[in-house]
Design a protein around this ligand. Structure first.
Ligand code: C2E
Ligand code: CA
Ligand code: CA
Ligand code: CA
Length: 279
């Protein structure tokens, strides 16, 4: 028993050593990539269920490193959050999204761009200034921008006031706030009450079991009715089938997003889809 235990400990420490090395590598390569702006942005359409038109897109980061290959957001974002590099990813995504939104507006497309942010970015006291400067520089209108915050992230009591204040300042400019991953956290109702949220995204885990489980169906229906009674725009993410689409439409959901419409894609590809979809 003892020798087995020793082996297990030895292999555990070996694997944790490897994962530490990997984190260090990601940090090192990410710093270089950010310097060269060598990351990509992909956009996934969001469709209004009343008109079936693409009204907005969500921006996601994509990174393919020369040494590490493709590093998924699931791996990248936590490392970036731990190291503080999330600030730089956030700044990059904001800049790219604003430039793209302005370019689309110029082409005559009426599209909002929704970006993911980490609550950590709001701990930066210059957040409001950075956003205002980026909008200005890219000639992007504030009402083209949505900022998603995930409810998985706990707001510490002492940070709550200053973060709320910053969000309210940005809201005044015309920027919208979105509550992401609704139903997976523990502070949904508190955030809806405290923060200037106008859109709520029902987490994809609910959508994926929507057509199988009666309880899930009732739950999602309840979420939609509740959100709408709070004057929120309700969005369902991870919609993959016609059945889910029809059910959500029947429940009065406002907007959907998911592989049924399209995977996230580069801006040029999205423009092609816009032409065929919104004709
Ligand atoms: P999220 O914001 O909840 O994004 C939804 C994820 O589901 C995305 O994965 C998206 O590509 C994927 N997805 C979209 N439609 C479907 C569908 O129909 N079915 C399925 N199975 N999946 C779908 P992705 O791009 O790998 O991102 C994962 C998470 O990483 C995001 O979750 C978000 O929390 C984070 N993330 C991605 N990009 C950024 C970023 O630029 N900044 C920050 N702070 N976080 C990001
Ligand atoms: Ca999101
Ligand atoms: Ca989400
Ligand atoms: Ca998610």
């Amino acid at each position: 028993v003892q020798s087995n235990g020793g082996g297990a400990i030895a292999s555990l420490s070996k694997s944790s050593h490897e994962s530490l090395n990997r984190k260090i590598m990601i940090e090192k390569q990410l710093m270089k990539a950010l310097d060269r702006k060598d990351l990509q942005v992909v956009y996934q359409p969001q469709v209004d269920l009343n008109t079936n038109r693409i009204v907005s897109v969500e921006a996601f980061v994509r990174w393919q490193d020369e040494v590490l290959g493709v590093v998924s957001p699931e791996e990248l974002i936590p490392v970036a959050e731990e190291s503080g590099l999330i600030q730089d990813i956030g700044a990059f995504m904001l800049e790219q999204s604003c430039q793209q939104a302005a370019a689309w507006a110029k082409l005559g497309y009426d599209l909002k761009v929704s970006i993911n942010s980490s609550v950590r970015e709001f701990r930066n006291p210059n957040m409001v200034k950075t956003v205002m400067e980026t909008l200005d520089k890219s000639k992007c209108k504030a009402n083209k921008l949505k900022i998603e915050i995930t409810e998985k992230f706990a707001l510490e009591a002492e940070a709550e006031q200053s973060i709320t204040k910053q969000m309210n300042q940005l809201k005044k400019l015309g920027i919208e706030f979105v509550l992401d991953d609704f139903g997976t956290g523990y502070a949904s109702f508190r955030y809806m009450q405290l923060l200037p949220i106008t859109e709520v995204k029902i987490d994809q885990t609910y959508i994926q079991s929507l057509t199988g489980q009666v309880k899930v169906k009732q739950l999602v229906d309840g979420m939609i009715q509740f959100g709408k009674s709070m004057n929120m725009r309700m969005l369902a993410e991870g919609v993959e089938t016609e059945e889910q689409y029809d059910m959500l439409k029947g429940m009065g959901c406002d907007v959907i997003q998911g592989y049924l419409i399209s995977k996230p894609m580069l801006a040029e590809e999205l423009e092609k889809l816009l032409i065929t979809h919104n004709k």
